[in-house]
Design a protein around this ligand. Structure first.
Ligand code: ADP
Ligand code: MG
Length: 253
């Protein structure tokens, strides 16, 4: 059975894209077939997987707005078991173009309907907003992963996000579950990092993944090679932590 997981947090720079790319690559390394859907006009997961967004012919935008078949928009990456439904900058316009359409919140769900069965996991990398494209992602998803950066103001906006998820659960997608809160960019030496972990655990214990993602240079440099960290340095702490996250998710599903 395939599972669609949205990776969402309206805060920017918390590790959504990094998690989409590296969780996908780790699941693929465990021989699960994975589709990454890049739902951010910045197209960072597209370029991070080695695809030039400027050369993208059809993106999730055309699938949602023009009804292009998702199958024809999907591209293969360098890695086995890992495919991509890319983004490009046109997706900025989708927020406006979708507004007048009927069922505007369900366009992504519809676009993915014919392809989701081809994959064990579909991971949707959301943009840093709670706009219509993110609403579409949360409506299309079976569950959501919420990355939280171990930094100042980590919990800022989390209430609003959880509230949005609740509204979507009542109005658009009753089956939506929270897969987990993922603590990212953790630095064991920093008191602040440890305080954030403590704080998040106190508030949301049962929702938090056991796996912590450490701050790791290999993770931050791998997108410049167009590769997930596992293909850049398989023994790095970053690669091992995302592999552990993939195993934790496979145990639960
Ligand atoms: P978002 O998609 O939420 O905006 P990104 O995944 O793009 O966030 O991450 C923001 C920045 O932090 C990027 O430059 C990324 O390389 C870096 N980063 C993310 N996770 C880590 C990590 N665990 N260790 C080091 N750098 C990280
Ligand atoms: Mg991003």
């Amino acid at each position: 059975m395939s599972k669609v997981i949205a990776i969402a947090n309206q805060k920017g720079g918390v590790g959504k894209t990094t998690t989409a790319i590296n969780l996908a690559a780790s699941l693929a390394a465990l021989e699960k077939s994975v589709l990454v859907v890049d739902a951010d006009p910045q197209a960072n997961s597209t370029s991070g997987l080695g695809i030039n967004p400027k050369e993208v012919e059809n993106s999730i935008y055309e699938c949602m707005v023009d009804g292009v078949d998702a199958k024809s928009a999907i591209v293969e990456t360098e890695l086995n078991y890992l495919s991509l439904l890319p983004s490009h900058i046109d997706l900025v316009g989708a927020e406006v173009d979708l507004v007048d359409l009927e069922n505007r919140e369900k366009k992504m769900k519809k676009a993915l309907r014919s392809v989701r069965k081809d994959y064990d996991f579909v991971l949707i990398d959301c943009s840093p907003s709670l706009g219509l494209i993110t609403i579409n992602a949360l409506t299309a998803a079976d569950s959501v992963i919420i990355p939280v950066q171990c930094e100042y103001f980590a919990l800022e906006g989390l209430g609003k996000l959880l509230n949005t998820i609740k509204i979507i659960q009542t109005r658009l997608n009753t089956a939506l579950e929270i897969e987990g809160i993922l603590l990212t960019m953790y630095d064991v030496r920093l008191r602040l990092s440890n305080l954030v972990v403590e704080d998040v655990m106190n508030h949301f214990k049962s929702m938090v993944f056991d796996t912590l993602i450490p701050r790791n240079i290999k993770i931050s440099e791998s997108p410049s090679f167009g590769l997930p960290v596992i293909a850049h340095d398989v023994d790095s702490k970053g690669a091992v932590s995302y592999l552990n996250l993939a195993k934790e998710i496979l145990e639960k599903n």
